[in-house]
Write a protein that binds this ligand. Sequence first.
Ligand code: SAM
Length: 240
Amino acid sequence: VTEWFEQWFGEEYLKLYPHRDEEDAARVVALMARHTGLTDRRVLDLACGPGRHLEQLRLVGAHAVGFDLSMPLLSRARHRGSATLPVVRGDMRYLPFGAGSFDVVVNLFTSFGYFADDAQHMAVVREVAAVLRSGGVFVLDYFNAHYVLTALVAREERAIGSQHVVIERRISEDRRFVVKEMHLMDDGRRFVERVRLFTPAELEHLIDGAGLRIRHRFGDYEGRSADNGSPRVLLFSERP
Ligand SMILES: C[S@@+](CC[C@H](N)C(=O)[O-])C[C@H]1O[C@@H](n2cnc3c(N)ncnc32)[C@H](O)[C@@H]1O
């Protein structure tokens, strides 16, 4: 069976998320630069997508490698900006890098929580821990489930670029996922996104379970502290 995340992250994803731009990427990279240091560090951008953070990481002097499952998004990442950026294709549950290969691993803009079974989410964090050197840092940037539950817009109709799109959002019956359906009205296609409603405490539990230690928690890209009203949660953890 093809999983939703194998189908959705291609050209249509890029068209429907045009507001996720360079500026947004530069803000989160600046936050990471302040709190972990990035210059001359070996950085893995796990689920790099079209590479907007890779380019910013390169600009602050990091040696960044992009990793993603989507061929169309990786080819964007590779030819972004002036340089050719190193990218690797694969599945985040099985990282093809040696133990201790990276100083920093980042997973940005909710590029996690896509699997049906939580053992697979745990497997991802364990893979991250294995490729980090001792003292290396993992940065996880996820939505805040408390905020998503109060702010959920059930139905929305919008023009995005040249597309007329109806977006429907709901919480799954078992309450474990937020499900977003996008209907492209012009050609009748529909796409679905299904992301695990992990609370910040559950994310910390996963990170802790992989042997990493939480060092910082933020509620947005400006570095404000996290509470139930924060739109996001950014967890910085360290491999002992
Ligand atoms: C929401 S996008 C974010 C991309 C990028 N981090 C950004 O902020 O622009 C999530 C990314 O996760 C990738 N992805 C989904 N499932 C994956 C998997 N099992 N292994 C590796 N990458 C995956 C998708 O291809 C997509 O590029």
